[in-house]
Design a protein around this ligand. Structure first.
Ligand code: C5P
Ligand code: ZN
Length: 482
């Protein structure tokens, strides 16, 4: 397939038109409904739109959803005719929007591949329509940000939320874990306006908030045998290197360490990593670009943009989406206090599910062309994509195959969350299109990006669905080889 060339001008033009449309709806006094996805990108996008609408003095309401389906769209239709803005979702379900919402002014600010027919009341801003890759070049929050910036240059400060959205959607899978392309331009805006700094350093979770040895123990990709998951051993490891771990009776965090200390740690970690065939265990995979939000207080979960994204994910997936949006809109008081326990709960939930998956025989199985991760009725459907995103780069899988995770959802359905590495895209695989086609074959719905996609379908078709997905993946790979 010949890739369309990227056209920055037409893309920005479409953002400008959407901005104009939004302003005219606000001026007409319309009540605006904002619908966004429950992940970090979706919440950041909702935060950008909320900030923009507040500044326009608009009358609006935000609703966060785990997915678009008939039920949601019919509910929106039954609420009457008023404008709707979809962020970080919508483009993959244009037929559904057309059938139910064509009387409503509908603005879709999304980065998923468009699917279905457009309609006269639709204003869509989508990077795919201008030759960009939605999975990597820009996030849903990024699209919302460009529209906000077109409405008023003063909205450039919202660029930090777009950076958070892109990191939440794992769009940093580039050398040095850097955001590039349209995301790279947004990073420049954020640096220029003074809300972001970037450095290249060892990547840890909780660099601003966790004691250094605890943060070190949380490194799972690459998996460091003897240190990953072992806080005591990490403590000993740092003490042996002569690193001072307490300052004024308080544990030091990674962000407190000097460059020399971090260099020492890196050299020693590199020795721990053997290159035993797994593509994820090179020492350089420990290093990446750190995005620091300079206007956020030190030692909070909001200072490191990846940690901020985790916090939003935690809110969205543990039924506290409103809290996530409140933080994006600037609440640093009550919301921030409440969110600390949610983040802890989120981390514990992930650890519990990972332990369950590794301890339960048959929960992870290998087929000819894919790995199947079956959460049965144990893994909550809202947490499934977090688990599949962690698993795809885990040391548990030796072969580079797509990971198809599934779990029981409500109404006798299964939720599917599929992930794979970029390398498989070069071999011709597109999980978004596979999820869409196979789920529809079995009375479900699905879609998404080439490397990260999902679906929902009746439980009775689970086994057939798995078989067909495995076969299609195999056929595609074979085609490429021949
Ligand atoms: O749910 P999960 O995070 O695994 O979904 C991956 C991607 O696929 C998301 O961007 C989501 O919007 C998309 N998706 C979809 N239709 C579904 C489920 C997921 O388009 N039914
Ligand atoms: Zn997204």
């Amino acid at each position: 397939m010949v890739e369309n060339s990227k056209n920055y001008t037409t893309f920005l033009q479409s953002a400008k038109e959407a901005g104009k449309k939004l302003c005219s709806l606000v001026e007409q006094g319309e009540y605006i409904r904002v619908i966004s996805h429950h992940d970090a990108d979706g919440l950041a996008a909702a935060g950008i739109v909320a900030n923009t609408l507040i500044r326009l003095d608009a009358y609006f309401r935000i609703r966060i959803t785990k997915q678009i389906d008939e039920k949601l769209i019919q509910e929106l239709a039954s609420e009457g005719i008023s404008p709707i803005i979809f962020t970080d979702l919508g483009s993959g379900y244009l037929d559904l929007l057309k059938n139910e919402l064509s009387k409503n002014e509908t603005i879709v600010l999304d980065h998923h591949p468009p699917f279905g027919k457009t309609f006269s009341n639709l204003t869509q801003v989508n990077p795919h329509l201008h030759g960009f890759k939605g999975s990597k070049d820009i996030s849903g929050a990024g699209v919302a940000y460009l529209v906000a910036k077109m409405i008023n240059k003063a909205n450039i400060g919202l660029s930090s939320l777009a950076v958070i959205g892109a990191l939440g959607d794992l769009q940093d899978k580039n050398p040095e874990r850097k955001l590039l392309d349209l995301n790279g331009e947004i990073v420049k805006d954020a640096i220029n306006v003074g809300c972001l700094e970037t450095t290249v350093d060892i990547m840890v979770h909780g660099r601003e908030t966790r004691p250094a040895h605890k943060a070190l123990a949380l490194i799972r990709t690459p998996y460091i045998s003897g240190l990953s998951g072992e806080e005591d051993k990490c403590l000993g490891f740092l003490i042996n290197l002569g690193i001072k771990l307490k300052k004024d009776e308080k544990w030091v965090t990674f962000s407190d360490l000097t460059s020399e200390e971090k260099q020492k740690i890196f050299s020693e970690l590199a020795k721990f990593l053997s290159s035993k065939g797994s593509p994820y265990t090179t020492p350089m995979s420990l290093i990446g670009t750190i995005y620091t939000l300079t206007q956020e207080a030190r030692s909070t979960s909001l200072r490191d943009a990846r940690e901020y994204a985790s916090l939003l994910n935690a809110c969205g997936r543990l039924d506290k989406a409103g809290l996530g949006v409140a933080i994006c809109v600037g609440d640093r008081d009550v919301a921030l206090k409440e969110v600390a326990s949610i983040l802890e709960n989120y981390r514990k939930t992930i650890a519990r599910y990972m332990e369950w998956l590794t301890d339960t025989p048959g929960a992870i199985s290998e087929m000819k062309n894919v790995y199947i991760v079956d959460g049965h009725d144990v893994i909550d459907e809202k947490m499934l994509s977090t688990i599949s995103s962690i698993l795809v780069f885990s040391h548990l899988f030796k072969q580079e195959k797509p990971v198809i995770a599934m779990t029981l959802a409500s109404d006798d359905e299964i939720k599917v969350s599929a992930r794979m590495s970029e390398r498989l895209v070069n071999k011709g695989l597109d999980l978004g299109s596979i999820m869409q086609k196979v789920s529809e074959k079995y009375a479900g719905r699905g879609g998404g990006h080439n490397v990260a996609a999902g679906a929902k379908l009746p439980y009775v078709h689970k086994d057939d669905f798995i078989k067909v997905v495995d076969k299609i993946v195999g056929d595609k790979l074979e085609l490429k080889v021949n």
